[in-house]
Design a protein around this ligand. Structure first.
Ligand code: EPZ
Length: 417
């Protein structure tokens, strides 16, 4: 198991280029199942979850014509297997995104129920209710979701609560359903809008993506797509916080400032200087950090995927911050590790009370999920002496070459086997 060793005390300076968004490429890879032919996907991030999803669609019958660095070519003419096996789905929850496309393409889907994970139970009941609204018959048997549908029919469905992949799953199924589908109380994340744009480019008729109501006119087939994955706003936020916490000066390139509005507002409140350009943001620390209260919320609110990283920043602010996690039931696993580095954090239910300290001290720490591991690396950048982050396979799931990008900015960071 690899570990990452970070030596604290180096300001970050220079430029970092953001990669394609993991949470945009995963649904797009699943959406290739809706088409018959060669799909080109460019600027895909080179992260483990992409490998897993490519393996999964190959298992379902896709031919991987090309999978070089950030360019994937998938031929989905021969999709013939409706079964997504446990060993693949259990390593990545987003595998459930093949449910909707398989039902639309083959009229059948057998997808292992995703296990829970460190941040919560993460059921897919809302996905299932949405697909049943389109006429799918779904049974849960031996740990698998088994769905069948002769022909999906458009329907009017209101999601009980906002779910990003739930919105994507039902939207993809509705694209090939008969007639009109109206989906309400849907997720508004940029990755949902991006998926709708890619599908529309291929002949789908989706309106309203990015708002809380999406209307889809079913079509009989889609052309294969050729798309360039949009930049990862969560990766961008992570490097912006790295610049802020080390009191550095970093140009974050290939990002979409408008996708980061809620994060930028809170960074400015904390005293960080941000200069937004067309597709980059320059981030400068000002020697001191002010405490800031945040509540995570579905987009356009403050992203839950940035909560852990922002908490690390607040451990060094001059005063007390309140951080409330409203999206996942158990997303404070990083708190215990930060406290081992000297952070002063008190948890009361879904709220963490962070009292700034002068300095963190390096320690051996352990990551529990993708974003928690990123927050521990950020803490290591400013802690005294060395921090050793283990279980870095979490990082490799969603961050491309993190230690390389940080070293190029001046961090003293290395990976050891
Ligand atoms: C997506 O997960 C992201 N993953 C997550 O990013 C992100 O944290 C999350 O959205 C929220 O923004 C991908 O896009 C691949 P949800 P998703 O369905 O879709 C509950 C990362 O670090 N819920 O919006 O699984 C659920 O338990 C990952 O990149 C149900 O109860 O999240 C959670 O409490 C982590 N039933 C809340 O809703 C359902 O059927 C929001 O979950 C579905 C969800």
């Amino acid at each position: 198991m690899d570990k990452i060793i970070v030596e604290g005390g180096h300001k970050l300076n220079g430029r970092v280029r953001i990669s394609g968004a993991k949470n945009a490429v995963l649904p797009v890879l699943a959406a290739t199942l809706l088409t018959q032919g060669k799909n080109e996907i460019r600027e895909a991030p080179q992260v483990r979850d992409v490998d897993t999803m490519v393996r999964l669609v190959s298992e379902l019958g896709a031919e991987v014509d090309h999978f070089e660095s950030d360019h994937v070519v998938l031929d989905t003419s021969g999709i013939d297997n409706p079964v997504a096996p446990y060993d693949l789905v259990s390593t990545m929850r987003a595998s459930c995104l093949v449910l909707g496309p398989l039902l639309a393409r083959l009229g059948e889907a057998k997808v292992s129920l995703p296990g829970g994970c460190a941040i919560g139970a993460r059921p897919i009941d809302l996905h299932i209710k949405g697909l049943e609204a389109l006429g799918a018959k779904i049974k849960l048997e031996k740990g698998y979701v088994h769905g069948t549908a002769k022909k999906l029919k458009g329907a009017h469905h209101v999601f009980e609560s906002v779910t990003v992949t739930g919105t994507m799953n039902v939207m993809m199924a509705a694209v090939l359903a008969e007639g009109e589908t109206v989906l309400e109380n849907v997720a508004r994340e940029p990755e949902v809008t991006f998926l709708a744009e890619v599908l529309n480019e291929s002949g789908a008729k989706i309106g309203g993506a990015g708002t809380d109501k999406i209307i889809i006119q079913g079509v009989s087939s889609l052309r294969p797509f050729d798309c360039k994955i949009l930049p990862d706003r969560i990766e961008a936020a992570t490097y912006m916080i790295a610049a802020a916490i080390t009191d550095g000066d970093v140009d974050v390139l290939n990002c979409v400032p408008s996708h980061l509005e809620a994060i930028n507002q809170k960074l400015r409140e904390a005293g960080v200087t941000l200069e937004e350009k067309q597709n980059s943001i320059r981030v400068r620390g000002n020697g001191e950090l002010a405490p800031v209260h945040i509540r995570t919320h579905p987009y356009p609110g403050f992203a839950t995927d940035v909560q852990a990283q922002f908490m690390t920043l607040m451990t060094l602010a001059k005063g007390r911050s309140m951080i409330t996690e409203t999206v996942f039931e158990n997303r404070f696993m990083h708190v215990a590790e930060l406290k081992r580095m000297g952070a002063d954090i008190l948890i009361e239910g879904h709220t963490a009370l962070v009292t700034g300290v002068k300095q963190l001290s390096g320690a051996p720490v352990m990551a529990t999920d993708l974003r928690a591991s990123a927050c521990l690396v950020l803490a290591g950048l400013v802690a005294e002496r060395d921090t050793v982050v283990s279980r870095v396979y979490h990082i490799d799931r969603g961050y491309q070459n993190m230690e390389k990008k940080l070293s190029q900015l001046g961090a003293a960071i290395r990976r050891v086997k």
